[in-house]
Design a protein around this ligand. Structure first.
Ligand code: SF4
Length: 454
């Protein structure tokens, strides 16, 4: 049965202009999955709405990375009970990483009777059938089986008209001891090079100016392909596609950051000179407990090689503070690496226990007060470093892609090739093109300047 066609008939019978509301939580890859799903639903004849109360179909695309995130999602699902009471015809579905966990799917089934169906991270292909059943049968369904991904149903729908997300791989084989991703997203599997390059051509032919290649662990891309294709080769081929656009990628793992990859980034102007390299901790003892598979020394060798090959390349990172067993000495090691690496930005988290991960069973002596004070000390140090780093850009000229308005009246905002937020006086017609900007002022989170090429 062509579910999509049949669904179109059914929903237009229920409402002449059916609408869909999709809310995605979590990482960029999960948001991209949500957009791909939205693209398929729009192709079924729905229109998108930002108003959950008037929607004919509601999709909550969940994230399971931290227990706090889950609590937030349960809050949102609970609230939908009132929407269903007002509009009994609305179809409510829950998907994403949380529903890949069997016990969570069961909990949703038993606790939130207003949810019609849920599906996991492998079952996007089953969505039309699940929706059809929800429209024709009044019974709860859940499909969180692990299906082999062939990515053939990936939809290129994007929320932006300037920047586009292109997933290149799914899953992760690293099993960092604090992380739930390998359990809810499965083993690593990569899309074919030809499919990814064709997506990039389609998007850039349609005017997209920046492509973000996405994966839980992009630099182990291609290991599952036959024959295997290194990530550096994919980047090289993508950077050789003609056109006025640039390429970024997220997120690499330090253990797979090889020199050939850094050499390719240095060689091709299309590849943005900004690398996000999650460190997590500067202590080798903690890195081992996290099962990160590198040391602070090997991490710094990568940083030094990046700086040697691309002196203006910026590096940002992720740091977990208060991992179980972290001592004051371990934390000092993290501060030492932060001073040495000179990150332009740190995404920082206080460790939050995640049931189902190895770290959840580790003894944790540090108090919440100690962890918060460590976080404060780390952010204070990083603010000092960022203030220094950003000040070095004053009087320099950067290439910036403006993609929206700033919170400050009369300014537009964008990101430079180095990944730094830049604001400048300008109007909407300046958005969506690469502009040369001379930097006149620096803050510790962004730069300000004047556009040179109007
Ligand atoms: S690399 Fe580690 S932290 Fe990242 S998704 Fe994989 S298991 Fe999680």
């Amino acid at each position: 049965m062509n579910y999509a066609e049949t669904i179109k008939e059914i929903v237009t019978r229920i409402s002449p202009s059916p609408t869909v509301y999709v809310h995605s939580f979590g990482c960029r890859l999960n948001v991209s999955d949500g957009n791909s799903l939205l693209g398929k639903i729009l192709d079924m004849g729905f229109a998108e709405t930002e108003d959950v109360n008037s929607a004919s179909l509601i999709i909550i695309n969940t994230c399971a990375v931290r227990e706090n995130a889950e609590k937030k999602v349960y809050g949102v699902i609970g609230e939908l009970k009132h929407v269903k009471e007002k509009n009994p015809d609305v179809i409510i579905a829950v998907c994403g990483c949380m529903t890949q966990e069997k016990h969570v799917a069961e909990f949703i089934k038993n606790t939130y009777r207003h949810v019609d169906f849920c599906f996991g991270t492998f079952a996007y292909k089953k969505f039309p059938e699940l929706l059809y059943n929800a429209l024709t049968k009044n019974e709860f369904q859940c499909d969180n089986n692990e299906y082999p991904n062939d990515f053939s149903d990936f939809n290129l729908y994007q929320k932006s008209v300037i920047k586009a997300d292109v997933p290149i791989m799914y899953g992760c084989d690293n099993y960092c001891s604090y992380c739930i991703v390998p359990y809810v997203r499965g083993r690593e599997r990569s899309r074919e090079v030809s499919d990814i390059l064709s997506d990039i051509r389609t998007l850039t032919d349609n005017g997209f100016k920046e492509i973000l290649l996405l994966g839980q662990n992009v630099n182990s891309y291609g290991n599952t392909l036959k024959p295997p294709v290194p990530f550096s080769e994919l980047l090289k081929q993508a950077a050789e596609i003609p056109g006025d656009f640039k390429i970024r990628f997220m997120s690499p793992h330090p253990k797979d950051m090889r020199k050939d990859l850094i050499d390719i980034i240095a060689e091709y102007p299309k590849l943005c000179k900004s690398i996000h390299l999650p460190l997590q901790s500067g202590s080798n003892r903690i890195l081992e407990l996290m099962n990160r598979q590198y040391t602070a020394e090997t991490y710094m060798e990568i940083v030094k090689y990046i700086r040697k090959k691309m002196p203006r390349c910026t590096i940002s990172t992720d740091i977990i503070v208060g991992f179980p067993g972290e001592t004051e000495y371990d934390f000092e090691e993290t501060l030492r690496i932060i001073k040495e690496a000179h990150f332009y930005n740190i995404f920082s988290f206080i460790y939050s226990k995640r049931t189902g991960t190895k770290a959840a069973d580790l003894p944790d002596y540090a108090t919440a007060v100690e962890k918060t004070s460590r976080m404060t000390r780390m952010l204070t140090l990083q603010r000092e470093i960022a203030t220094e780093t950003y000040a070095e850009y004053v009087e320099k000229t950067l290439t910036v892609l403006f993609d929206g308005s700033s919170k400050t009246e009369g300014l537009i905002a964008g990101k430079s090739d180095e990944g730094i937020i830049v604001e400048a006086p300008g109007t909407f017609d300046k958005i969506g093109e690469y502009r040369k900007v001379r930097i006149t002022k620096s803050h510790n989170w962004a730069l300000e300047g004047v556009i040179l090429n109007f």
